[in-house]
Design a protein around this ligand. Structure first.
Ligand code: ADP
Ligand code: ASP
Ligand code: MG
Length: 408
């Protein structure tokens, strides 16, 4: 008998019928004697619907009120799943994030989990209940409802698994594992049997939305056994996220291609090339809790340089507003910006020991006439920013040139 955390995403609980299917699966695990904590997302489309509704009232919805509102999606599914479980003869109890005290900081709409009070959950498990917890939400010190950022139910699942030292955290979704690229973009993409934490961290942070990045960070930090599986398949083994030191098999050089259309690029032209300038530009952006992703600064001419960086599209307008007075203050010539960009990335731990990956990637993009606007690299990834309209093409040609469509 083991303690298992299962998380079911929006599509998996997208209708009454699907919720009944989830209940059947949970009932099967329960019948085998396992203790179960089940985390659910809102029904598919519901979070988007709620956000759109809020925007009809307030163009930039107040973050605290937005969280009060969007957290309701998950409150509906926890209750429905418990009802479905009871219909299957399974004892079940639902809790919202605040009820099981998923304590977070106060960064509304992108809060971080600080702690979880496991007492209530443990007591219910001891009495034979399946505990159903709303994903994506928590509560701050002041008692306000917070949410964890889009895709945050994954993080609720992993955080619960870490806090209660579960045997495994199973993320059930609409694909049967982590693929070499988004299967919606690359029909030839293959499921990976295993992927290392390091690679999964890169893939998630570079746009593979199959797992929220914070869930992967949590799993790595607390060494949670994490698996991605399909909720529509009976006996799949999915993808296990492994620690590199556990691996003794030969690694593929490249594990996957990720893409991200959520960013916007801002360039400040004619910036005085002097010490402290990057801080003057990016300090206030960071103070506004805006994450900066890629940064490129060119070699200066005539004591002037150009400074480019990318931010999430949700923060794009705010970043531009912050930069306008800074541009005047530092006497930079002009700000140019746009959100019709995409970031495409190649990820693989094998890159450490193989040369020539970057040149193969750049040649392949050049052959398709795709211009590279920005480049950033780490030991195990290469990312390029390109025109958004070439996203699918770039992902497909890179997937092919690195042989990811071939059985390994
Ligand atoms: P859920 O609602 O279950 O949380 P998501 O939509 O958040 O599901 O994540 C699953 C989706 O992630 C898939 O439908 C797929 O299109 C997308 N995805 C992107 N990159 C990958 C990848 N490398 N492997 C698998 N799925 C991916
Ligand atoms: N319902 C939230 C979202 O759509 C959280 C999640 O699904 O993980 O982002
Ligand atoms: Mg998700």
């Amino acid at each position: 008998m083991a303690l298992i955390v299962q998380k079911y995403g929006g599509t998996s609980v997208g209708s009454a019928e699907r919720i009944k299917n989830v209940a059947r699966r949970v009932a099967q695990w329960r019948a085998r004697g396992d203790d179960l904590i089940v985390v659910v997302s809102a029904m598919s489309g519901e979070t988007n619907r709620l956000i759109a509704l809020a925007k009809e009232i307030q163009a930039s919805p107040d973050p605290r009120e937005l969280d009060v509102m969007v957290s309701t999606g998950e409150q509906v599914t926890i209750a429905l799943l418990c009802m479905a479980l009871m219909e299957q003869g399974v004892k079940a109890r639902s809790y919202t994030g605040p009820q099981v005290k998923i304590l977070t900081d106060s960064a509304f709409t992108k809060a971080r989990i600080l702690s979880i009070d496991e007492q209530k959950i443990r007591a219910d498990l001891a009495q034979g209940y399946v505990v159903v917890v709303a994903g994506f939400q928590g509560v701050n010190e002041a008692g306000d409802i917070t949410t964890l950022g889009r895709g945050g139910s994954d993080t609720t699942g992993v955080a619960l698994a870490a806090a209660l030292k579960a045997h495994e955290c199973q993320i059930y979704t609409d694909v049967d594992g982590v693929y070499t690229a988004d299967p919606r973009v690359v029909p030839d993409a293959r499921r990976l049997k295993t992927v290392t934490f390091e690679e999964m961290l890169e893939l998630a942070s570079l746009g593979s939305k199959v797992l929220q990045i914070r869930s992967v960070e949590f799993a790595g930090k607390y060494r949670v056994r994490l698996r991605v599986l399909s909720s529509f398949e009976e006996h799949g083994e999915g993808t296990l996220i492994t620690f590199e030191e556990d691996e003794n098999m030969e690694q593929a050089v490249i594990s996957g291609i990720a893409h991200n259309r959520d960013e916007a690029k801002i360039t400040i032209l004619g910036v005085p090339d002097r010490p402290g300038i990057a801080y003057q530009i990016l300090g206030p952006i960071g103070d506004a809790n805006i994450d900066v992703d890629m940064i490129v600064q060119n070699v200066g001419h005539d004591e002037l340089t150009d400074f480019s960086f990318t931010v999430n599209r949700n923060d794009y307008k705010k970043a531009l507003e912050i930069l306008k007075p800074i541009q005047q203050h530092i006497k930079a010539r002009e700000i140019v910006s746009g959100d019709k960009i995409a970031k495409v990335s190649i990820v693989g731990v094998g890159m450490r020991s193989h040369a020539g990956i970057a040149s193969t990637a750049f040649r392949t993009l050049a052959e398709e006439g795709i211009n590279i606007q920005m480049i950033s690299t780490s030991e195990i990834k290469i990312s390029v920013v390109i025109d958004e309209k070439y996203t699918e093409l770039a992902v497909r040609v890179l997937h092919k040139v690195f042989g990811l469509d071939q059985p390994q």
